[in-house]
Design a protein around this ligand. Structure first.
Ligand SMILES: [Mn+2]
Length: 218
């Protein structure tokens, strides 16, 4: 059976991503969905993008965009956006590319520009940050899908009847928060938790910490 694997916010944790992908062992028929926020905070953003570009040749790959990719792309053309990005984790990314935005290789920029805003399959949907239970994803503003945290309240099940997979709101304890109709899988790798990958149909999952230490629940 082909699997659909979803990975949460990577945030420059390239070593963790490599170990995680090794453990998941994607087959050509599998689909990998990544929930965005590849860049910023961690020091290995170039390794993260290279590793993801490599996945594209090994399995079906659906990369989503996160608010940090939006910040980076806007910083390229807008000095105010550049300042905003610098205050939200962009410094590490800039440093890891050699100190100037112009040094980001074109194929990395192309990758970031071509990420999708959401993805839907028969029983699941995927979006970076949040959703409105009564709105189709293509009508939901970016302020919600890319920026709004799930801290104080959670959306009720979406009218589409599908399970939501989101990142963006770091789970400080490193544990996936699964409410049945909704799972938050930003398990705070950069902040001392784990990078998580989940098989959305079986519920199997893998977690790797910043140093590359793996734990499996399969
Ligand atoms: Mn985010």
């Amino acid at each position: 059976m082909p699997r659909t694997i979803v990975i949460g916010d990577i945030h420059g944790c390239g070593t963790a991503l490599k170990v995680l992908l090794q453990a998941v062992a994607l087959e050509p028929e599998d689909t990998l969905v990544t929930l965005g926020d590849y860049v910023d905070r961690g020091m290995e953003t170039p390794m993260v993008i290279d590793t993801l570009l490599d996945v594209a040749g090994k399995a079906r790959f659906i990369p989503l965009i996160g608010n940090h990719e939006v910040m980076l792309l806007q910083a390229m053309t807008d000095p105010q956006a550049y300042q905003f990005w610098m205050q939200h984790g962009g410094q590490q990314t800039l440093h890891s590319y050699g100190g100037r935005l112009e040094l980001i290789p074109p194929h990395h920029r192309m990758f970031l520009q071509h990420c999708r805003r959401y993805w839907e399959i028969d029983r699941h949907f995927f979006v970076h940050a949040n959703f409105r239970s009564d709105l189709p994803l293509n009508q939901t503003p970016d302020e919600i899908t890319l920026w709004q945290h799930m801290k104080l309240s959670f959306p009720v099940p979406h009218w589409n009847g599908k399970k939501a997979w989101v990142g963006h709101t770091p789970q400080q304890n490193g544990e996936i928060l699964d409410l049945g109709h909704l799972a938050i899988i930003d398990t705070n790798c950069y902040g001392g938790g784990y990078l998580s990958a989940v098989d959305v149909d079986s519920g199997d999952y893998w977690q790797v910490d910043l140093e590359g230490k793996l734990r499996e629940f399969v």
